[in-house]
Design a protein around this ligand. Structure first.
Ligand code: NI
Length: 220
C-alpha cells in the first residue's frame, strides 16, 4: 500500500477508504495463506509440494525366479503391501482384505496389480513366499529378492523393518514392520495408502476408481 503518499489534502472519507482497502488487502493475504497451507496440512506427511516421497525403482524376484522391476507393472494401478510369511496376524489380515477386494473387483482386477513384498528375504525365498501368497489369492504377486533388493525397496517405500528376537524360540526371530498398503498410479507415482485393517469394500471402491481413472490426482 502507498498510504504515505496520500498527504493531508485527502478527506477523511478517502482515508477511511484507504484504511478499508488496507484491511481488505490484509484479509486477502491471510486468506491466501490459509488456502495455500490448509491442503498440505491435510495431506499425508509423505508428500511435499505434490511430489510424493514413497515409491521408486525396484528389482525383485517372482516365485518363478523371474526378475521384475517397477516397469513390469507400469501403466496400471499397483497396490503394494509389505510383510512376511511368519507374521502371526497383521499380514494375514491385510492379505485377506486384498484378496476380498480383488474378488469384489471381479474382471476389473485384471486392470491392476497387487503385490506382496517380503520384509524377511532370509526365510521368504521366492518359492516359499509364492506358496504363501497363493494361499490367499492366485492374483496377488509375491515378490522376494536378495537382502539388498529388499533393503532398497523397503527404503524406497519408507517401510519400517526391524528384526526382533522371538522370546518363545531363542533361535527364531520376528520382524517388526509397518503395515500400510500403498496405491501407486500407472506412472509409478504414490496416490494414497491404507491401513492393513481397511474395509475390503472400501479398498475395492478406491481401486475401481483408480482403474477407471488412472490419471486422477493423488487422494482422489
Ligand atoms: Ni506382518
Amino acid at each position: 500500500m502507498s498510504g504515505e503518499t496520500t498527504g493531508p489534502k485527502f478527506a477523511g472519507a478517502s482515508r477511511r477508504t484507504l484504511l478499508l482497502a488496507l484491511l481488505i488487502g490484509l484479509a486477502a493475504g491471510v486468506l491466501s495463506a490459509v488456502l495455500i497451507f490448509a491442503p498440505s496440512a491435510e495431506s499425508p506427511k509423505v508428500q511435499t509440494a505434490g511430489k510424493a516421497l514413497v515409491g521408486g525403482p525396484f528389482t525383485l524376484t517372482e516365485p518363478s525366479g523371474k526378475r521384475v522391476t517397477e516397469k513390469d507393472f507400469a501403466g496400471r494401478p499397483l497396490l503394494v503391501y509389505f510383510g512376511f510369511t511368519h507374521c502371526p496376524d497383521v499380514c494375514p489380515a491385510g492379505l485377506q482384505v486384498i484378496a476380498a477386494a480383488l474378488d469384489q473387483l471381479g474382471d476389473k482386477a485384471k486392470d491392476m496389480t497387487a503385490v506382496f513384498i517380503t520384509v524377511d528375504p532370509d526365510r521368504d525365498t521366492p518359492e516359499v513366499l509364492g506358496k504363501y501368497v497363493a494361499s490367499f489369492h492366485k492374483d496377488i504377486v509375491a515378490l522376494s529378492g536378495s537382502p539388498e533388493d529388499i533393503a532398497a525397496v523397503t527404503k524406497a517405500y519408507r517401510v519400517f523393518v526391524k528384526k526382533v528376537p522371538d522370546p518363545s524360540s531363542p533361535n527364531d526371530y520376528s520382524v517388526d514392520h509397518s503395515s500400510f498398503m500403498y496405491l501407486m498410479d500407472g506412472n509409478g507415482e504414490y496416490r494414497r495408502h491404507f491401513l492393513h485393517s481397511v474395509d475390503a469394500a472400501e479398498l475395492a471402491d478406491v481401486l475401481a476408481k483408480a482403474i477407471d481413472n488412472p490419471a486422477a490426482a493423488p487422494d482422489a
